[in-house]
Structure formats: C-alpha cells, structure tokens
Design a protein around this ligand. Structure first.
Ligand code: ADP
Ligand code: ASP
Ligand code: MG
Length: 614
C-alpha cells in the first residue's frame, strides 16, 4: 500500500466549505488504497493576524513566545479538518508537530528539522486513520515549540514524505501533493504576469533556485528535502482536479530551452563595503559576522580588487537591513572601509537547467533589460541562474521583459518527443549523482543538514575585468554582445556597483578565448567609456562546490571562506546559488584550495585533479 502526503495551504482551508473539500480529497485518496497523511497550514491570513497581534503588545516579541503564538494557527486547522473528516464518516486523528515527533533545532522562528519519528504516525495509519499534521512547527530538544519560517508547511509535508519513504527502505510508494491556490508552477507568478505558462515538469534544482529567487509557490527548503531524499512532488490546485506540475529529477530534455522561469524579490537592500583590504580572510570576517546573526546574504559580488583594496557588494532582505548594518558598521571601522546601503532595489532572476549547455543566455537577458533602458546595479550568476538587481520601480518591467525575451509566454514543451510520463519518473538524475547523494544523506546527523555532493577545480578559464565602468544602462549589454559576436562563451559574471557611480565587472571565459575576449572588450570600452580599464588574467583557478540548499544554510559560505582564509588563500571572485558556490583563486593555489575544501566538507570520493565543468 502506498503512502500519500497531501498538503493544504492557507487559502485552501480558509472557509468551512474548503475544509470540507480538503476532507473529501483525503478520504478519496484513502479509498483509492493509500495511507493518507495530511499537512495543513493556518487558515487564510491567520499567521499574519497573529503577528499583528504580537506587535500590538510589543515591537520585538521574544522569539520563543512568537513561536508559541504562531503555532496556534496550524493547530486550529488540524482540529477542524479532523472534525470534517469525522462528519463525512471517515476516521482521522490530528497531531501537532511536537506530538508527531518533528524535532528541530532551537532557532526560534526559523528552526531547521533535525529528525522526525514516524512511530506515532505509523500506529495511527495502521488503524486505518487519516493522519493530520500541523505544518510549519516542531519542538526542540529542550521541549520548546518552534516554527520553521514563513511558508514552512511545504517543508513539513515534503520532510514527512521523505522520512516515510526512506524508513521503508524505498519499499513503499510515497507521493507528495501540494494543494494550493494555483494549478501548478508557472514560468513566473501568474498573478504578476498573466501570460505566464504552466509547466508540466520542473527539476528539483530549477524549483529550488526559483523558490529561493522569490517564487513563493513553494518554500525553498521543502525542495531541498525533495532533492536530497528524492521525493517527486506535485503542485496542484485545491479547487479543481486539473493535473498540476511535477517537481522531479533533472533530465537531459529539460535543457532544451535556455530558461524555465523568472522570479522577482521586490524588497531587497544592497550593501557595499568599499575599500576593504584585498587580503585572505576578509570575506570570511564579513560573512561569518552576518551568519552569526542568521542573516541570509543573497547576491554576493566580489570582483577583482585594485591597489590592494576591494569592494564587496551583497544584498540582504530589506527587512534585515537594519540588523545587517548594525553588524557591518563596527566591522567596516576596524577594516578601514566604508559601508553604504541602497534600499529600494528588486532582484530579478532567470532560472533554467538549459543554462548548463546553452550559450549567450546572459547576453539575451541583458539585451532585454537594455531594450527597456533598465540599469543593472549588480549582476551575479550561478550554475543555472542569473540574477540582476534593479531599481525597485523598474522591477516589474524587468520581470516582464525577461519573461518575454525567453519566450516564456509561449506554451512549453510538455514531454520530450516519444517519451512517456513513466519514463520521466524512472530516468536518472543528471545534475547530481543521487546514488551518491543517498549514501551521503545517511551520514547527515540532522535531516536538514547541508549536503555537499561534489567539489571541482577548473583551471582552463581566464578572467576579464572591466574596472570603473560608468554605470549607464546598456553598457554591460554592449560588452557581452561584443564577446558573444566573437563566439565566446561567458561563464561566471559578477558586477558590483562601487562608490561614485562606477561599476566593476568581471567575467570568466575559456582560457583559449581570453585574448580575443580582451580585444573585443577593449574595443567596446574605447567606444563607450574610454575612462574604464580592462584587465585580462589567465592565472586563475575556479572552484565549484555543488550541494543542495547552499545559500539558505548561512554556515556554508562561512565554512568555505573560513577554510580558505586559514590557508591564506585569497578569494578573487565569488558566485553563489542554491546548488553551487564558485570561487576564483590564484591558479597556483588551486589544487591546495581543492584539497582544503574537500577536507572541510569531508568529501573523499572522486579524483582530486582539475576537471572540466560540463
Ligand atoms: P499556500 O498558502 O497554498 O502555501 P502560497 O501563497 O504560499 O500558497 O503560494 C501560492 C502562490 O504563489 C500563488 O497564488 C502565486 O501567486 C504565487 N507564485 C509565485 N510564483 C509562482 C510561480 N512561478 N508559479 C505559480 N505560483 C507562483
Ligand atoms: N502558516 C505559515 C505561514 O503563513 C506557514 C505556511 O503557511 O506554510 O507562513
Ligand atoms: Mg506557501
């Protein structure tokens, strides 16, 4: 008999009628022969109302008490749903997170799941009951109620499916359905861009990047569980029987298009530390100070320094700006650097597994923005993602322009020609060796621990840096157009807006194209901004650290920068995403950096030598 985990979001249990609809779905799934576990969120705006209630009492409620309060929202839903199932003649038993054995760490309001006991759930399922679990909450080892962060019910659902699947040694079929107020995952938020298209399939990595780039349809941590424990998830409508979107392992055919979706985070804040010493250990000091306060640093743009000084630019959620500044001011003083912040910025990210193979993706994105005369304040790239930071007032226009430029308003390819849906579920993962991943996951002491799957060293890239480029819309685009016309494939891109309205732009290209790339860039620079300077560097090594949910684990950057700082290895360029961190170091230190990182992340598999990335 299979186990089906069904999750109903806030809107899907907002009224008595909808609770009955959810109850009917659960009963139907049970009658179809499944053991059913239902996870529910708080009804409608309950969580927001609870937060407002707390704020009426004080500005900064103690996090422990906040969790005590917030957890009540989900407790109401589980009881009501159990009652509805009983009135329909079914049997159901409701549990809070604590009762069902969801143990978390003690980081109140953003706790991570450590372990889940299935004993109580299994006992109840064995008696023929439908099990109803409160989403978004758990209990720490000291017995305090915790919550997982906004949107965390998705994570509860996928984590339950993951544990049920792996405890049965994969003997049982375990499914996971996320019922919400849209009928699937779209190329972008259909409420913002009505011409967005629904996808039939999306890969774990793509969904992870989209979710962490702002697509609130899934809590990004839930996708970490899905990928690590290989649980296919379907996102579908609570209000119809339409087939939704499957989030599954990545497969070759998904790379047919360069991009699968675009997302926006409207409220970001940009921080710039200018004039920091260009020395080993500086990034480590900055990012570990922020990680200690659990501030998730988002885009990081650290380019090549000049005259012994470097600028580190990064973004944080706008809501965390005040706290970030309180960490950064004393730090900047001690480094002899300056801090500046820009508040009204939005981040637009393009995501697609196709970026692993398609070329010219960045250029196409920048051309779309240049066409709209939108200035890019910062650019970062990841393995399958390109993010740009723009003025808040340009955010929506940027989102629409990029969406259109990649033809995302046109109907998607549903399945590869001749393939059946069953084949899609059976196909192996192509982005990460999941067998390897499964072995690794057994070593995790805690379910949500970071999983680093591979570290690679690539020595056949060179780096072009344009120093002090005037901050004018369209300039970056001109440069990348020039490079693309020469048929050169650009890999990492980092652009950081420095002081005085001038930006530093760095990108990597295959080493054998370095001289041509430099010539093209110089030619463009002479035309647009002769005051800027172009530097080409062939002595670089790029280290790629692959994993799952790397950005949301503030500790990864800290650990990585810390290990390199300890060896006095200077980081010259950084790029981060959920699935890959890359750093550029001096070529002579590449091998040493690789070994040091492998040791730090306890990776002993695979060879140690330089490899090619694709
Ligand atoms: P729930 O309460 O069910 O968890 P959420 O509000 O958290 O629902 O998530 C569903 C919402 O996510 C949709 O109403 C939609 O506006 C938004 N959304 C954002 N990006 C996307 C996307 N790419 N595809 C579908 N929905 C999206
Ligand atoms: N009720 C919580 C929230 O509103 C968790 C969730 O809905 O997933 O954030
Ligand atoms: Mg949600």
């Amino acid at each position: 008999m299979g186990v089906l985990v069904q999750k109903f979001g806030g809107t899907s249990v907002a009224t008595a009628e909808r609770i009955y609809a959810a109850a009917r779905r659960a009963i139907k799934a049970q009658q179809a022969g499944n053991q059913v576990v239902v996870v529910v969120s708080a009804r409608g705006d309950t969580t927001d109302d609870l937060i407002a209630m707390a704020r009426e009492i004080c500005d900064h409620p103690p996090p422990r008490e906040m969790d005590m309060l917030l957890a009540t929202g989900e407790q109401i839903s589980i009881a009501l749903l159990a009652m509805a199932i009983h009135s329909l003649g079914g049997t159901a038993v409701s549990f809070t997170g604590a009762q069902v054995g969801i143990v978390t760490d003690s980081t109140h309001t953003k706790a991570r799941i450590k372990s889940i006991s299935t004993t109580r759930m299994r006992e109840a399922l064995a008696t023929g009951s439908i099990v109803i679990v409160a989403g978004f909450q758990g209990i720490d080892e000291a017995g305090n109620i915790t919550t997982l962060g906004r949107g965390g019910s998705d994570t509860t659902a996928v984590a339950l499916a993951a544990v049920l699947k792996h405890e049965s040694g994969d003997r049982h079929d375990v499914g996971c359905e996320i019922y919400t107020d849209v009928d699937g995952v779209y190329t972008t938020d259909p409420r913002l861009v009505p011409e967005a298209q629904k996808m039939e399939f999306i890969s774990y990595d793509e969904m992870l990047e989209l979710a962490s780039a702002g697509a609130a349809v899934m809590h990004s941590r839930s996708i970490e569980f899905a990928k690590k424990y290989d649980v296919p998830v379907m996102v579908r409508s609570a209000f119809s029987d339409v087939e939704g979107t499957w989030i599954v392992r990545e497969q070759e055919w998904m790379r047919g298009e360069p991009a699968c979706g675009v997302a926006i985070v409207k409220d970001e804040a940009r921080l710039l530390l200018d004039g920091v010493p260009d020395q080993p250990g500086v990034s480590h000091r900055v990012f570990s100070a922020l990680a200690e306060r659990n501030i998730v640093v988002d885009m990081i743009a650290q380019g090549l320094g000049s005259q012994g000084k470097a600028a580190i630019g990064f973004t944080v959620p706008k809501a965390e700006l005040r706290e970030a500044l309180s960490v950064l001011h004393p730090l900047a003083d001690s480094l002899g650097a300056t801090v500046s912040a820009a508040e009204d910025v939005s981040k637009v990210s393009l995501v697609g597994a196709g970026m692993r193979t398609h070329t010219g993706v960045a250029e196409r994105m920048f051309a779309a923005l240049a066409g709209e005369k939108i200035n890019m304040q910062m650019i970062t790239t990841g393995d399958i993602k390109i993010s740009v930071l723009v003025d808040r007032q340009d955010g929506m226009r940027a989102l629409r322009a990029v969406h259109r430029a990649f033809g995302l308003h046109r109907e998607r390819l549903k399945l590869p020609h001749g393939a059946s849906r069953e084949e899609v579920f059976r196909a192996p993962e192509t982005s990460m060796n999941l067998e390897n991943g499964r072995d690794l996951y057994r070593r995790l002491s805690s379910m949500e621990d970071i999983l680093i799957s591979d570290i690679r060293l690539v020595c056949d890239y060179g780096q072009i840096t344009v120093l002090r480029l005037a901050d004018v819309p369209g300039y970056c685009n001109r440069i990348f157009q020039g490079v693309a016309q020469a048929g050169i494939n650009v890999d990492m891109i980092v652009q950081n807006l420095g002081a005085g309205g001038r930006a530093d732009l760095s990108f990597s290209v295959p080493q054998h194209d370095l001289a041509t790339a430099r010539d093209c860039t110089e030619r463009v620079i002479r035309e647009i901004d002769p005051a800027a300077r172009v530097v080409a560097d062939s002595d670089i090594a790029v280290l790629f650290v692959f994993g799952v949910g790397m950005r949301t684990h503030t500790g990864v950057a800290r650990k990585m920068f810390g290990a390199l700082a300890e060896r006095q290895i200077n980081i010259r360029m950084i790029n981060t995403s959920e699935v890959c961190f890359s750093v550029v170091v001096e070529q002579t230190r590449g091998q040493e950096a690789l070994e040091c990182l492998r040791r730090t992340f306890e990776l002993t598999t695979n060879g140690n030598g330089p490899s090619s990335l694709h």
